[in-house]
Structures are given as structure tokens and as C-alpha cells.
Design a protein around this ligand. Structure first.
Ligand code: SF4
Length: 439
């Protein structure tokens, strides 16, 4: 095997959950929790996967470790595809690839002493010499900053940070090659987080471990990772060396995540980019670029140059119309409740309805571009008449964006730095590496 072979190489990994209906459990859809990701980790390297809650990163971790069966793709560990392993081979793999959980409480039996818990993987893997187990446990506890005598104490006697140290000791007891850590510090105080991350780095240096760390916190990722993959709705949208990602982020989602990292210096501030709405359901991901329903930098149609925030608000309205997801009655009711002179929704005129709708979507009272304004007012008139289907057609004819029409290709910007966004494609110096495909 080549010295360059990654310890872990994940290729086009998918984890879909079928949505079934009826007694016969007919499949009527799929939750695409992980939808074709590539990740690699070398020995001695720490790689992060970052994204908001609900983007699929924890499912990616459990699927990589085969705690859940992959729907498709390969997970190569030392060059061997673990998705094809027998039970016996899986047992060996799980000894070499250990998981650290967010909540260490969940992995400790309160009736077992810490020493028994840390020694358990040793026992399961055939070490029957009790004295030797105790010796190893003492050494491991000291390596994570505790004392060998702590082995006789019980989980409830330790703080959250101490329990996470003990979780690390237990993972290390079977001498693994890879640690997969899912939000290992997010349940801890900030001061304790730094200690745990520092211990992980020390252990990595000492044992040459590969570490895959899953986190929603870019600050944590920046602290510890050599490389980072940014995940959105089941896919990696940007990946590269950590320094490069932080100094030269290419994807609008990455830029938004970075903008939300708190700055400890009260004299400095950063313009935080607020993302509208939540991560959409992976059962029904948006067409084109999956981020287009929230992207603050979404590309405008040819010939338009709205102020970008106005364009984003306009798109929020358009997509709600497309999805038939506007509560028309509540707009009428809002007028009756908040404006004088109307006792019933039947009395609400188009003008008052339009004002209320524009306020709700933060669309200005009038758009500067005459054609855009006319299209918008035509559509609002149709929404007023409860004809969302026709309103959708009117809006589509005028306001289509490449971000909704086409899935962006993956582009290599620098060596080892790749991202998928039409804005990068518009930069002709970038190299399109793979064509856009979707299933
Ligand atoms: S392709 Fe469009 S919607 Fe997607 S991230 Fe790029 S600019 Fe935003």
C-alpha cells in the first residue's frame, strides 16, 4: 500500500431513508440525509465536517463507521471497502475506528466504575489479564489529565469535561488508528472546550491518529483541523485546507458560517450574514443549487441589478408562491387585525393586501425596475385571488435564476480546494473538475 493511501477515504457515500406508505410499505420518497459525499483522512491529520444542525453530518459519521448501513458509495479504510466487510471484519474495523460522542453520559453505565468502563473495550477485545487492564486504564487516565486512582470512582462524580476526557481514554484503550468525534465539545463550557481540543491534539501527535471531527462550530474546526469540508443538505459544498477556507472562502454558505463566528475582541466587529429560514427537508431538497432557497448571494436574472437584499426577499416570496406555501388568509386577517376600517376579510381591498404582503416579505413598496414591479404586482393580484398556480407561472416567466435551474459543478480553485457554486463558474480562471449530475 502506498504511503500516500489515506487512512480513510469516503467516495460518493449516500445514506437515504425510505419514506413508506400503507401496509405494504410502498416507498413513496426518500430522506436523502447524506447524498454523495467524498471525504478523506490521512494518518496524523484532523479533518472537520461542519454545517448547521440538520445538514446530515452526524449521519455521515455513523454511516462511515458502519453503525448504519450505507445506501451507496464506498468507505475505504486502509484501502479496503468496509461496506463489504463480514461481521468479523467489521468487529476488527470498529476496534481501529473509534467514535467519541457529544454526550459522554450516554456512553457510560452509571453502575460501572470509570475504570471498568475504560477497560470494557479491552475486555471485549480479549484482554483477560485484570491487572494488565488496570495498568493500561491508569496510564490512559493520566494521558487525558486525570489520575490513575480515578478509576475507582463513578461517572456521577465527574464534570462534563472530565467525562469527555474519560470518553477519550476509553476510545484510546484499544489503540485505534481513527477517531470520529461527533460534536465532542459542544456540550461543554468554552474554557473546557479548549482543554479537550488540546488533549485531542496531544493524543494525535503522540499516537499519529487520524481524526474526523463533526461540528456545527467553525471556531472549533478552525482550532483543530488541517482540512475542512462544509456540508449543506447532505452534500459537501466546499472543501479545502482550513487556512484557505477561512481566508478565501468561495461558497456563500461557507462565508455565512464564518461570518457568524463570534469575535472575542469587543473593539472589532464583523458583518454577520443572516441566513433566512431553516435547512430545507432532505426528503425534498431544492432543485438546482440546494442552497438557493437561502443563499444571500443568489444570482439575479440577466438584465436585473436589484440591491442584493431586495433580491433575496423577492426570491423568498417567489419560492413560497412556487411551493404554494403562502397562507393567504393570514395576510387578509393581518390587515383586519392591524388596520382600522375593516371588520371582515371580505372587506380588504387589493391595495391593503399588497401592502401587508410586501411588509411580510420585506419587499419595498415599489421596485425601481418597471418590468419587475409590474410582474410583482400582477403576481400579488393573483395571490389576492387565491390563484397561486398562475402567480407562480407569472413570476417564473420573469424571475428565473441559474441557481434554481442548474446544479453547480464542482470546481477546483486551488490545489485541494474545491467548491460548488455558479458564482465561481463565472470566474473563467477556475477549473471545472466534474460535471453537474443529479439523480
Ligand atoms: S449556486 Fe447560486 S444559490 Fe448556490 S451558492 Fe452559488 S450563488 Fe448561492
Amino acid at each position: 500500500m502506498s504511503a500516500e493511501t489515506p487512512l480513510l477515504e469516503v467516495r460518493n457515500l449516500k445514506k437515504h431513508y425510505p419514506i413508506t406508505k400503507g401496509i405494504l410499505k410502498r416507498e413513496i420518497g426518500r430522506v436523502r440525509a447524506v447524498d454523495g459525499i467524498d471525504v478523506s483522512v490521512r494518518r496524523g491529520e484532523t479533518v472537520g465536517i461542519v454545517g448547521e444542525s440538520g445538514c446530515g453530518k452526524s449521519t455521515a459519521a455513523t454511516t462511515i463507521l458502519q453503525l448504519e448501513k450505507a445506501t451507496d458509495g464506498q468507505v475505504l479504510f486502509d484501502g479496503e471497502d468496509v461496506t463489504t466487510f463480514s461481521k468479523r471484519e467489521l468487529k476488527r474495523f470498529r476496534r481501529r475506528a473509534q467514535m467519541i460522542f457529544q454526550d459522554p453520559d450516554s456512553s457510560f453505565d452509571p453502575r460501572m466504575s470509570i475504570g471498568e468502563s475504560v477497560a470494557e473495550p479491552l475486555y471485549v477485545n480479549g484482554m483477560n489479564d485484570r491487572a494488565r487492564r488496570r495498568e493500561i486504564v491508569g496510564t490512559l487516565l493520566e494521558k487525558v489529565g486525570l489520575q490513575a486512582s480515578d478509576a475507582d470512582r463513578y461517572p456521577h462524580e465527574f464534570s462534563g469535561g472530565q467525562k469527555q476526557r474519560i470518553g477519550l481514554a476509553r476510545a484510546l484503550s484499544v489503540n485505534p488508528d481513527l477517531l470520529v468525534a461527533d460534536e465532542p465539545v459542544s456540550a461543554l463550557d468554552v474554557s473546557i472546550q479548549a482543554e479537550i481540543l488540546s488533549i485531542m491534539q496531544d493524543l494525535q501527535d503522540e499516537f499519529g491518529l487520524g481524526i474526523l471531527i463533526i461540528s456545527h462550530n467553525l471556531g472549533v474546526i478552525r482550532e483543530i483541523c488541517d482540512r475542512v469540508g462544509v456540508m449543506y443538505l447532505g452534500q459537501i459544498v466546499e472543501e479545502g485546507p482550513t487556512d484557505e477556507i477561512f481566508t478565501n472562502p468561495q461558497h456563500p454558505y461557507t462565508r455565512a458560517l464564518i461570518s457568524s463566528i463570534p469575535i472575542p475582541d469587543p473593539h472589532r466587529s464583523r458583518d454577520e450574514v443572516t441566513l433566512s429560514g431553516d435547512v430545507p427537508s432532505p426528503a425534498n431538497p431544492p432543485v438546482g443549487c440546494r442552497f438557493h432557497t437561502r443563499c444571500p448571494e443568489i444570482i439575479q436574472p440577466d438584465g436585473y441589478s436589484f440591491e442584493q437584499a431586495t433580491w433575496r426577499h423577492l426570491m423568498d416570496y417567489i419560492y413560497r408562491v412556487h411551493d404554494q406555501n403562502i397562507d393567504v388568509e393570514s395576510i387578509f386577517e393581518g390587515v383586519v387585525t392591524e388596520q382600522e376600517g375593516y371588520d371582515d376579510i371580505e372587506e380588504v381591498p387589493l391595495e391593503a393586501f399588497e401592502t401587508r404582503l410586501r411588509e411580510e416579505f420585506e419587499i419595498p413598496p415599489s421596485l425601481a425596475d418597471g418590468t419587475a414591479e409590474q410582474t410583482l404586482t400582477d403576481s400579488i393580484e393573483l395571490v389576492f385571488a387565491h390563484d397561486l398556480e398562475e402567480a407562480s407561472a407569472v413570476l417564473s416567466a420573469e424571475f428565473e435564476t441559474v441557481c434554481r435551474q442548474e446544479k453547480p459543478a464542482e470546481i477546483h480553485i486551488e490545489e485541494n480546494h474545491r467548491a460548488s457554486c455558479h458564482l465561481i463558474e463565472q470566474d473563467t480562471t477556475a477549473v471545472v473538475e466534474s460535471p453537474a449530475t443529479d439523480d
